[in-house]
Design a binder for this molecule. Structure first.
Ligand SMILES: NC(=O)c1ccc[n+]([C@@H]2O[C@H](COP(=O)([O-])OP(=O)(O)OC[C@H]3O[C@@H](n4cnc5c(N)ncnc54)[C@H](O)[C@@H]3O)[C@@H](O)[C@H]2O)c1
Length: 381
């Protein structure tokens, strides 16, 4: 499924011939981003750690799709010399650093490798970008970096980019580190870094079956009840369709030079405006929407909301509730104010309902090949 964006006049030729590195090429977001960059005729290189038997990019392709492919480099981003050689060889002008241990529950079970994997490659990419003077680097942080802002008197929801980063579980902590290191490179070395703090992405191609939407779809398609962790029924999360997340990532990269100024004169020197200045929330919430039920942004949903929608769409099976694992820290309600990105001119296009419809259709279409890899998460309760 190739997503050629509607080209605006201003960026009509922005990606043509650009040499772009996307790390973690077989991941959910990376697979979509690579296809979108190829559709805009960028020269794309991607890194993968190992060959998966089932390629996400292959599953996303539809008959008649353009056969353009990324150049695949098999390297482990934990080694600085490998990353440096990669950058020397390809002379990138844009990097999207997306590779990460990206699953909250996996991180709880493997803290050491999560911190290592989410921190060291970020250092290596940023250091190579600094030495090689790469003109734009996008680093994936997360809305999880903000952690708990649901209670207390100050810095209340929605999250703003200058809020303190309070992520306290292992995944969120690793993303706080990623985020702070990237901010330091931007502010200390004037490296043009755009840090993305995206809300929960969903869409075709997410093979991470611990996540609510893929897991619930696969369970319902398998005739199994959806699973709710006790106490999480009403916790709010903000969602964005993957195609919009891709557009947001590309949009931020396109805007970076202007955002920083030709001589990086826009970088603030001190004070509150410094905190989170290189960061951008990616979501759908805007100032005139509120979290109150009556006026809630259509993309802010509870677990129960999502499960009910999927039961209606797929099969009406009553959910079961289970105890959370004792090492699982659930951040309370989460949603961000994305007006910084909106003011620069970005707007998501795909409504939650439409995105969910497309997502369900994709999992239905590929159910036979996905059933085996999802089995552990469809048959554990
Ligand atoms: N999915 C979401 O809702 C969401 C929200 C906010 C931020 N993010 C962030 O966006 C990025 C992409 O997320 P995703 O959902 O596509 O995750 P994903 O798990 O689908 O993809 C991550 C990819 O990185 C690869 N990888 C991990 N460590 C690597 C290493 N050392 N070397 C090479 N490759 C490595 C993995 O093999 C995987 O293919 C991640 O950084 C994630 O933390 C995701």
């Amino acid at each position: 499924m190739i997503m050629a964006r509607q080209k605006t006049k201003r960026n009509a030729n922005f990606w043509f011939g650009k040499r772009v590195l996307v790390t973690g090429g077989d991941g959910f977001l990376a697979s979509h981003l690579i296809q979108a960059l190829l559709a805009e005729e960028a020269v794309v290189v991607t890194t993968v750690r190992h060959n998966r038997p089932l390629h996400t990019s292959f599953l996303l392709k539809e008959n008649g799709d353009d056969p353009a492919q990324a150049d695949i480099e098999h390297i482990n981003l934990l080694g600085y010399q490998d990353v440096k050689r990669l950058c020397d060889r390809h002379q990138f002008d844009t990097v999207f650093h997306l590779a990460a241990s990206a699953i909250v529950s996996d991180a709880a079970n493997s803290p050491l490798s999560t911190i290592e994997n989410n921190v060291i490659p970020t250092m290596n990419i940023l250091e190579a970008a600094r030495v090689n003077k790469i003109p734009r680097v996008i680093v994936a942080s997360s809305d999880k970096s903000y952690g708990d802002h649901a209670f207390g008197e100050t810095e209340k929801l929605p999250y703003h980019e200058n809020y303190a980063l309070r992520g306290l579980d292992m995944y969120s902590t690793s993303k706080v580190c990623t985020d702070m290191i990237a901010q330091a490179y931007a502010l200390q070395f004037k490296l043009p870094v755009g840090i993305t703090r995206c809300c929960n992405m969903f869409g075709p191609g997410d093979l991470n079956f611990t996540r609510l939407i893929p897991r619930t779809i696969m369970r319902l398609l398998s005739g199994k009840p959806p699973v709710i962790n006790i106490g999480n029924e009403k916790v709010l999360r903000e969602y964005i369709y993957v195609e919009d997340a891709v557009r947001a990532n590309m949009f931020i990269a396109e805007q970076l030079q202007e955002y920083y100024g030709n001589k990086k004169e826009n970088i603030p020197k001190s004070g509150v405006s410094v905190y989170g200045w290189p960061a951008f929330n990616i979501g759908s919430y805007s100032e005139n929407e509120t979290s109150e039920d009556s006026k809630r942004c259509e993309k802010i949903k509870s677990v129960v909301d999502i499960i009910s929608m999927l039961r209606k769409d797929i099969r009406n099976i009553e959910p079961i509730t289970i105890e959370k694992p004792s090492n699982f820290i659930e951040i309370p309600d989460q949603f961000a104010d994305s007006s910084k990105l909106k003011t620069l001119g970005f707007k998501p296009h795909v409504s939650f309902d439409e995105g969910l419809e497309r997502t369900v259709a994709w999992y239905k279409k590929h159910f036979d090949v996905l059933e085996k890899i999802a089995h552990r998460y469809t048959n554990d309760h």
